[in-house]
Ligand binder design. Structure first.
Ligand code: SF4
Length: 235
């Protein structure tokens, strides 16, 4: 599988586990606040360095040196489920005895279903970009919301540990939107409200649009508790 790069150690991306994190190139969404703009525009066959240099062998050489030291591998993007050989990659990681966490935006429910059926992913994280009605405001593209609804349903019915999370962006989100998100994913296992960080983003005009706007994450959390028991804030 094409790997754009990896970070040897992350203490925050896999809850309760020491892990390494792998970045895959390419994504069909265009979230204005995306922190990996160089990854999302990379497409197979393009001249992007992410498709001319593959770091997979380098990654597995590294991973073998971390046996017994690290517990897991986080696969993130871009959007990992874009890659047809994602399952082969996951198999290789599992064969070495590591846990796997998979990050997805849920755009390909069929892929989510196929991967869930293998039982190879130990922990899933899916982005909930916005309320169903306003999804394109945060995803940057018009894609039928049914796709994301299906992925949500699949994860909630899977019996596998998972989290949903939303990056909260003033000017894209309003407090009331989170009531709609709460109703949508009511009963979810874990939900995280992630504070937006104004660093290296895809749409640099967003900073001006945010201006002085802010959102109170603690108040949003409280408003969602009738729908979801476990909600945490990632600052
Ligand atoms: S889904 Fe993730 S990788 Fe894709 S554009 Fe949005 S933030 Fe970036």
């Amino acid at each position: 599988m094409r790997i754009a790069g990896f970070e040897p150690l992350t203490l925050i991306d896999y809850p309760n586990h020491l892990a390494t994190i792998v970045f895959t190139p390419g994504c069909a969404l265009r979230c204005p606040y995306c922190h990996n703009p160089e990854l999302i525009t990379a497409v197979p066959g393009s001249r992007s360095e992410f498709f001319t240099v593959n770091h997979e062998d380098e990654f597995f050489d590294f991973l073998k040196t971390r046996l017994g030291l690290l517990e897991g591998v986080v696969i993130t993007g871009g959007e990992p489920t874009l890659h047809l050989d994602l399952l082969d990659f996951i198999h290789r990681v599992k064969d070495l005895g590591f846990l796997v966490k998979l990050d997805t935006n849920g755009i390909f429910p069929d892929k989510v279903k196929t991967i869930l059926a293998t039982g190879l992913v130990d922990y899933w994280a899916m982005d909930i970009k916005h309320s169903p009605e306003k999804y394109p405001l945060a995803s940057g593209v018009k894609i039928p919301i049914e796709r994301f609804r299906q992925s949500v349903k699949l994860l909630m019915n899977s019996g596998v540990p998972y989290e949903f999370r939303t990056t909260v962006v003033p000017s894209i989100h309003e407090s009331e939107d989170f009531l709609e998100i709460g109703k949508w994913i009511a009963g979810a296992q874990n939900y995280y409200l992630q504070a937006f960080r104004p660093i290296k983003i895809a749409d640099t005009t967003l900073i001006d649009r945010i201006g002085e706007k802010s959102l109170d994450l603690k108040a949003i959390r409280k408003s969602m508790l009738p729908y979801i028991n476990s909600i945490d804030i990632r600052e």
